[in-house]
Ligand binder design. Structure first.
Ligand SMILES: Cc1cc2nc3c(=O)[nH]c(=O)nc-3n(C[C@H](O)[C@H](O)[C@H](O)COP(=O)(O)OP(=O)(O)OC[C@H]3O[C@@H](n4cnc5c(N)ncnc54)[C@H](O)[C@@H]3O)c2cc1C
Length: 402
């Protein structure tokens, strides 16, 4: 959208939500470190500075490529000369029994708020009814040894061992377990071995039980059954184990690649539809340098979105668009306060506070506005100084105090 600011174009931005979600910080919202408005930003606000943009909150249901129209649930179809598809990805439970009903995924703002409210509720209930503790009421199973699972487990551990240890002094911490389950033989398979070892040690130090080579077979409200047959008493299962392309793309009649992603060419256009661009998590973009499909990352989404905007602006101005060139900023993840891992393109690695600083810098740059950056910095600095997650309060919508 922003790259079309000076183009001779009417830009229509449609999203089923009225906000942009910054997914990399969802786990910080779920564990009370950040406020909602640091992770979600009003789309209408993002469009303020751009006179040629109209924003609608509506759900796309179908794209008629022949008529060049997008159909929506709530508004009349929008016709287009150029279309940018950026539906993103959604959770994949891989058919695990009970997961859709009982798991807590970590992919949307609603998911993060739901998990936060649930965890806070479990601790308040355990405070009133200690029998719940012995039934595993405070235990959390986190599924997935990738960034989502590791970052969630690390943040939950800090919430439990830091804030909750002081908030609920009568509840013994050893009875509140956090168990990270990964089906593969190790955490963070994308990182070098020394970063994988560092990660496991950092999690264990924070009181997370790491179980690799073990998968979840089924989920019930208060129990998690592993493929080995072992049953874990846990009233909370956080799902960070898999993504798939948004379900809508399956109905578009396009040829899809692994994970329901739309294959695109070097300019990010869809085969047979040079006026249609696919960007971000929904697109399978092959990196010209490495000839591999780029991962579903914020930096890929941001750069591919900018590329599509720039290419359309050039075409409108009668210029040739340029092929997409991805600038790799490295792969990184945080585990907790002062603990993070970074692996740069050339293979250089960082751990600890330096890595956390690098992680913070890259992620601040990905946030949509300076206001969001300032909010995140204030919350991070506050938590760093006070070791407090100030967002650990429950606000139930619909409750009336009068
Ligand atoms: C928990 C988590 C942690 C992550 N951590 C990192 C990280 O540390 N670093 C990193 O680089 N990347 C990270 N990522 C990945 C990164 O967030 C994504 O790659 C990026 O958000 C993808 O952007 P996108 O615009 O393609 O999709 P999204 O951000 O998912 O946006 C898609 C948009 O489409 C809208 N939409 C969907 N369907 C419809 C419809 N039918 N009609 C209208 N609107 C619709 C949605 O409301 C949404 O606003 C993380 C992802 C998750 C889930």
């Amino acid at each position: 959208m922003q790259k079309l600011e000076h183009a001779d174009a009417d830009v229509v931005l449609v999203d089923k939500n009225d906000y942009h979600t910054f997914q990399p910080l969802l786990y910080q919202l779920a564990t009370g470190l950040l406020e909602t408005s640091a992770v979600g930003h009003s789309l209408r606000d993002l469009a303020h500075r751009q006179d040629n943009v109209t924003v609608h909150k509506a759900t796309a249901t179908f794209v008629d490529f022949d008529k060049r129209e997008v159909h929506f649930d709530e508004i009349t179809p929008e016709s287009y000369d150029y279309l940018v598809i950026g539906f993103g990805a959604e959770v994949n439970f891989f058919g695990t029994g009970g997961a859709a009903e009982h798991a807590f995924p970590m992919y949307t703002l609603t998911d993060a708020m739901r998990l936060k409210n649930h965890v806070l509720k479990m601790w308040e209930e355990a405070d009133k009814n200690p029998a719940l503790i012995d039934d595993g009421g405070l235990n959390v199973v986190v599924v997935g040894g990738g960034p989502t699972g590791v970052e969630s487990a690390g943040a939950l551990a800090e919430l439990y061992r830091g804030d909750f240890a002081k908030d609920y002094r009568d509840i013994p911490q050893e009875k509140a377990r956090i168990i990270l389950v990964e089906a593969g033989q190790e955490l963070f398979p994308m990182f070098k071995e020394k970063l994988r070892t560092y990660t496991e040690k950092a999690l264990t130090k924070r009181g997370v039980e790491v179980r690799v080579g073990e998968a979840v077979a089924s989920v019930a409200p208060t129990r998690v059954t592993l493929k080995s047959g072992e049953e874990l008493a846990a009233h909370t299962l956080v799902w960070g184990a898999g993504l798939q392309g948004n379900a809508l793309v399956q109905s578009l009649g396009l040829e899809l690649e692994r994970g329901n992603r739309i294959g695109v060419g070097p300019e990010l256009t869809v085969a047979g539809h040079p006026e249609v661009y696919a960007v971000g998590d929904i697109a399978a973009i092959t990196d010209a340098k490495t000839e591999t499909v780029l991962p579903q990352l914020g930096s890929v989404a941001l750069q591919s979105g900018e590329q599509a905007g720039e290419a359309i602006a050039r075409r409108i101005a009668g210029k040739e668009p340029k092929p997409f060139k991805y600038r790799d900023k490295g792969t990184m993840a945080t585990i907790g306060r002062g603990a993070a891992v970074v692996q740069m393109l050339g293979g250089r690695t960082m751990t600890g506070k330096t890595a956390q600083l690098a992680w913070g810098t890259v992620h601040l740059a990905l946030l949509p506005t300076n206001e969001d950056r300032a909010k995140a910095v204030v919350d991070w600095a506050g938590a760093g100084l006070s070791h407090q997650r100030s967002g650990r309060i429950t606000v139930e919508v619909g409750d009336s105090e009068r």
